[in-house]
Structures are given as C-alpha cells and as structure tokens.
Design a protein around this ligand. Structure first.
Ligand code: SF4
Length: 348
C-alpha cells in the first residue's frame, strides 16, 4: 500500500525530495497542488519535472477514496460511492444550498451502533477509515464544487467518536492553514452519543460544532431505536454535552430523526424541549429517511406541530430539509453497496 500524500508530514516530504536530489522548494509546490489545487494525481502537477511526477506516483497515493459511481439529484446533492485500497466502499455526499456548500463524510466502513432506521447500521462494523481516507472525501467533494467546500459535516457512515484518533488527525489537516484551511467552526462532528468520546473531543479545545443524535427523549424509547450495547444512558450523554459546551463555549445541537407513530407525539416533543433547555441545546428535526420504507416520516403538518412545541418553549429548533432523498444520499441512507436484511420496526 502506498503512503497517502495527505497524511505525510511536510518534513518527511522534504526528506523524500532530498533523497531524490530535488530542491527543497518542491515541497511547497507539491503541498500547493495537494491542498490548494486539490490534485488527485501527480500528472496534474504541471510545474513539476516529468521524472519527479513519475517518482511521486510510484511512492505516494494521491487519492485514497476513488469515485466508482456518482449520482446527482435535482436539488443539488451529489453522492459518491468511493472505493478504498482494500476493495471496501463508502459513500459521501456534497450538498449545495444557496450560499452554502457542505461535504458530508464518513469515518468508518459500516457502523457498530446499528440504529434501526439507518442503512449503514444494518451492515455492521467493518473497519475504521484512515485519516487520509477521511480527508480525501473532502477533496473529492471540493473538486466537484470547483474549490474547497465551505463546510464539513462528519455525519456519513460510522460513529466518528469510535475512530477518534484518525478523526482528530484528519480534522487537524482539514483545519490547518497548511492543509485545507477550513475554520473549526465550519466543521460539525455528529455522534450517536458516546459520552467518553464527547468529553475527549471537548478536551481538544477546538470550536468544532457537536451534533448529538438523540432520537428519543427517554432511555426506554432510545433502547428500541438503538438496540445495541453502544447505546448510553441519556443522563450520561447530557452531562457530556454540558461538559462540551462549557469547554468549547459552543452550543450543542440535538439531532432527532422524526419517525411516524414512534417518537413524534407532542408529549415527546415537550420532553425533548425540556432536555434541550436543560443543556441549552439547539434541536434539528430530521423527518425519517427509511432506506426500505420500514419507517415513515410524520406528515408535514405533524412535523410542524412537533416543531411548534419546541419553539413555544423557547427552544431554537428547525426541521431539516430532506436533500438527496432520490439518490439515497439523505441522512440514514448511506451504506456500502451490499445487500443486508431489513430490520423490523420496533413495537410501539
Ligand atoms: S445513524 Fe449513525 S450511529 Fe446510527 S447506525 Fe447509522 S451511522 Fe451508525
């Protein structure tokens, strides 16, 4: 396996250049191609000598996530099936909205958490992505956009906080001026609610946005939606969220997938409102995108009524527009291209 260029420290590149009898300034040229011009092959590096380009191609991997299928949706979502060096595949998505372009990226092949409404969860866990595999998804999306994307949401396949070290390294490169140069405030890490991981993330003291997928206002209901040992007690998750807010001074977002007749009652909305107020969080309501129709979103009017309960209790809340549904690029629909058995919805 070749060394991924986007996880190579500049000092190591300089050493490699010296070994190949190349001047030191070539390192800056190569980094400019890799991070500014978003090159995915040395062939694109037109100001480098041909022999150097050949040596680079022999020793380094310039894109660890190779698009093998691209789907485009009318409402400006683009989804890629990306092939990794070992033949595994992941998906990532570019979402365009007026004045805002966002790459939604994955951190694992599959996911161990197994939320019942999620296509990724049905696959189970396969492996963690490397830092370069996380970064290169942003490069693929940025090339499509024509320049670096404005925002990155770590909300694709996998539980990011179960791949903490690689995520952290990748975010460092994404947010470094010598890397892709995103501001930490343009990055959102979304977790299913891993208290230890949330505290570790807070301890990095970077103002990344944190989104926590709550999906239910009680432990009992959460147990039906996340029926695995990776589910944690609400009280522990909320304490970790408060820790995050006080360590980073950033408001946490609670993500809540709205599922018809399961978690969409007005009473549940009131409970969610008190949780949000308790930890001073915003709420993002996401009408369910069931991969196989086993779960349905509430009617639009019911979503609005749920939202109004939150807003009337002075909770900052929004309903997320469903983007990319037609190409299975919406939240909860990403998966490796394998067939997996459907999971029955929990009993109400
Ligand atoms: S929703 Fe997120 S945490 Fe849950 S199974 Fe899917 S990828 Fe994993």
């Amino acid at each position: 396996m070749l060394q991924p260029i986007r996880s190579l420290p500049v000092a190591d590149l300089q050493q490699w250049l010296a070994k190949h009898h190349q001047p030191n300034f070539r390192a800056a040229q190569i980094m400019d191609w890799v991070y500014e011009k978003l090159a995915v092959s040395p062939e694109e590096m037109s100001n480098l000598p041909k022999e150097l380009r050949q040596d680079l191609a022999r020793d380094f991997d310039f894109c660890t996530t190779v698009p093998v299928e691209t789907k485009r949706d009318d409402d400006d979502a683009v989804k890629w099936l990306l092939k990794l060096h070992d033949g595994n595949t992941i998906e990532s998505v570019l979402i365009r909205a007026p004045g805002r372009t966002t790459a939604c990226i994955s951190t694992q092949v599959g996911c161990a958490v197994r939320c019942v409404f999620c296509a990724t969860g049905r696959q189970g866990f396969v492996r963690n992505l490397s830092p370069a595999e996380i970064i290169d998804q942003v490069v693929v999306a940025s090339r499509e956009h024509g320049r670096r994307v404005g925002n990155v949401v770590v909300m694709g396949m996998g539980e990011p906080l179960y791949n903490f070290d690689h995520l952290n390294l990748a975010l460092d490169t994404l947010c470094s001026p010598a890397g892709l140069g995103l501001s930490a405030r343009q990055v959102t890490v979304s977790t299913s609610g891993i208290p230890q991981g949330i505290r570790r993330l807070a301890d990095q003291h970077r103002p990344w946005n944190l989104a926590v997928s709550l999906h239910a206002p009680t432990d009992e209901l959460r147990a039906r939606l996340i029926p695995s040992r990776h589910r944690h007690r609400l009280a522990d998750i909320l304490a970790a969220c408060e820790y995050y807010r006080s360590a980073t001074n950033r408001m946490v977002t609670l993500e809540y997938v709205l599922i018809k007749d399961i978690n969409d009652s007005l009473e549940q909305a009131a409970k969610l409102a008190s949780i949000a107020k308790q930890i001073q969080a915003k709420v993002n309501l996401i009408p369910c995108n069931s991969p196989d129709g086993s779960f349905a979103p509430p009617e639009r009017g019911d979503c609005e009524r749920f939202l109004n309960v939150l807003v009337n209790r002075r909770v900052q809340a929004t309903i997320r527009r469903r983007k990319g549904f037609a190409i299975q690029a919406a939240c909860g629909q990403l998966r490796q291209q394998t067939d997996s058995p459907a999971v029955k919805p929990p009993e109400p």
